[in-house]
Design a binder for this molecule. Structure first.
Ligand code: ZN
Length: 94
């Protein structure tokens, strides 16, 4: 559609969704949102939700104090990461 031309006179008035008119008497309906064509079946919905589960955290052991810790993180019990001490809390210094 060219700029400034009203939709009604344009050849794209039917296909362009900018100001498509509803049946006579009702207001102009804007159709600009994608809408699913079909209802999602119970099977399809449940198959999608079968993947929705909480992942088990990958627990590694600290090389300094062998306490369980998350990998790529400072050890919560001794405060070290790859041989260097980062945390200065009382629990870490003990
Ligand atoms: Zn540790």
């Amino acid at each position: 559609m060219t700029a400034g031309a009203p939709c009604e006179t344009s050849s794209q008035a039917k296909t362009d969704g900018c100001c498509r008119r509803a049946p006579a008497g009702s207001a102009t309906v804007r159709i600009d949102m994608a809408v699913p064509k079909r209802k999602t079946s119970k099977s399809r919905r449940d198959k999608r939700r079968a993947q929705h589960k909480i992942a088990i955290p990958m627990v590694a052991t600290c090389s300094a104090c062998s306490a369980p810790k998350l990998s790529h993180r400072v050890c919560p019990s001794c405060g070290t990461y790859r041989g260097r001490r980062y945390s200065t809390t009382d629990a870490a210094l003990a």
